[in-house]
Structures are given as C-alpha cells and as structure tokens.
Design a protein around this ligand. Structure first.
Ligand code: ADP
Ligand code: MG
Length: 237
C-alpha cells in the first residue's frame, strides 16, 4: 500500500448521527463495512438513512438496498423526519433499490453467493460510495445454502473493501447471547438497545467493536428527534 493510501485511511466518514462520531474517533473509516444491529423499532433504518443523508450532503452517492420492506414504505416512514430525503432521492443522490422484488418474487431461491453478487452488481452499477443493506437477517431465511453464510459473507466483505465503498449492514438482534457471522466479519459493530426500567422505555447505543479505533463500549443515551437519532455522551439512566 502506498503512503498516500495509508494516509487516506485516517480520514473519517461522518456517520451523520449527532454524537455517534465522538464515540468512534470521528466517524467511520471510509471503505470499511459496519454492522448496525438492534431489536425492532430501535432505529436501525433511521441510522442507515442518516448515514446516506450525510454522504449526499457531501455529494457522495448513497444506495439503500431494501431486502424485505418495499422501498416506497421505507421512504414514507423516513419522510416523517426533517432529513429532506425526498430532494436527495429526486436528485438521485440517494437511490433505493428493491432487492426483495428479485429474491422473493422470482419464483426460485438463490444461494448466498448469488444474492451477494446481485448486491455487488447494483453497487457497481449505481457507482455508490455509501451503501446500506437493510437487512441481512431477512436473507437468512431465503437462501438455499444457509450453511455457506460465513464464507460467502467473508468474500463479499473482501470485495466491498476492494471497491472502497463504506457500507452499513443492518441486522436484527436475535439474542444478545448469540452472535451471527457478520458480527465477526464486520470492521465495526454498533448495537442499539431498548429496554424497560421503572415502566419507562430506555433507548441506548453501544459500540461493541470498532477495528483500528479506540472506542468507548459503554451504553450511551439515545433520543429520537425530528432529525433522526441523537447520541449523548452519558449513560442512558
Ligand atoms: N420523533 C420520535 N420520537 C420517538 N420515537 C420515534 C420518533 N420517530 C421515530 N420513532 C421511533 O422510531 C422507531 C422506528 O425506527 P426505525 O429506524 O424504523 O427502527 P428499526 O429499523 O430498528 O425497526 C419507531 O418504532 C418509533 O418508535
Ligand atoms: Mg428497519
């Protein structure tokens, strides 16, 4: 690797989530692959969109790959925030791609490699520099070869690294004790939590792992605002 390239790795790609960059040394490392995991309604899709909006503001093309939900529904849901999402979608700075249309409606099933190749193809075609895949969990139930996941996803992440795209993979949290392959394969893992305490819903975020960056893994307070998620540098309770 050339020195110039090494220096480039010191750049940061802001996550677009106020307060989150401070927990991870200034933002994501460009060209790396991150996992955002959490239970339903914890803000995974919101974080994904904030990440794409931040890129679009800086003229970086964003691609949202929807696996299960119809992109129209995702757009409708995200319009309740003051992101200004629609303008970026109309300007094609953010593209929503409906992968579900192919993998659920083709009348046949695909292998991990076939699906991941489809994703790589769309990323290349759209020339995206920021990518969100929402979510990996829905893929687990559709592939013909669930046992090949570790190798196929490992290969996929290597290819993303070669392409230099910064990618956020979203996963549903199945159990806090069991880690799926992408936890091990991703360059960083951010976990969203919500739990009840004294009859109140507490929302929190945790940086579980972040390669190459000293990080604070303690739970931090999270709030939903009109502009999406906001992270505070204090404990959630
Ligand atoms: N302004 C708000 N105040 C409180 N909660 C909000 C607000 N906006 C959205 N939410 C919460 O965000 C959740 C959906 O976020 P989303 O990013 O779609 O989560 P996920 O993708 O993890 O399911 C909803 O369940 C809702 O409770
Ligand atoms: Mg979601």
């Amino acid at each position: 690797m050339y020195v110039g390239e090494l220096l480039k790795t010191l750049d940061r790609a802001s996550t677009g989530v106020p307060g989150l960059d401070d927990l991870i040394g200034g933002g994501f490392l460009p060209g790396r692959v991150y996992l955002v995991v959490g239970p339903p309604g914890s803000g995974k899709t919101t974080i994904g969109m904030q990440f794409l909006m931040e890129g679009a503001k800086n003229n970086e093309k964003g691609l949202y790959i929807s696996v299960f939900q119809h992109p129209k529904i995702v757009t409708q849901d995200m319009l309740r925030y003051n992101f200004g999402l629609l303008a970026h979608v109309q300007a094609k700075k953010i593209v929503l791609h409906d992968l579900g249309e192919v993998i659920f409606e083709a009348g046949k099933k695909f292998s991990w490699n076939e699906i991941l190749e489809m994703i790589l193809h769309v990323i290349k075609e759209e020339e995206a520099s920021r990518v969100v895949i929402d979510s990996f969990t829905s893929l687990e139930y559709t592939v013909t070869d669930p046992e090949n996941k570790r190798i196929a996803v490992g290969r996929f992440i290597r290819k993303l690294h070669d392409m230099g795209v910064t990618c956020v993979i979203i996963s549903e949290m199945l159990s806090s004790e069991s880690y799926t392959d992408e936890y091990y394969l991703a360059d960083g893992v951010i976990v969203l939590h919500h739990f009840m305490r004294n009859y109140q819903m507490i929302r929190a975020i945790q940086v579980l792992k972040m390669h190459g960056v000293p990080n604070d893994s303690n739970l931090k307070k999270v709030r939903f605002t009109q502009d999406g998620l906001r992270v505070f540098q204090e404990a959630p309770f």
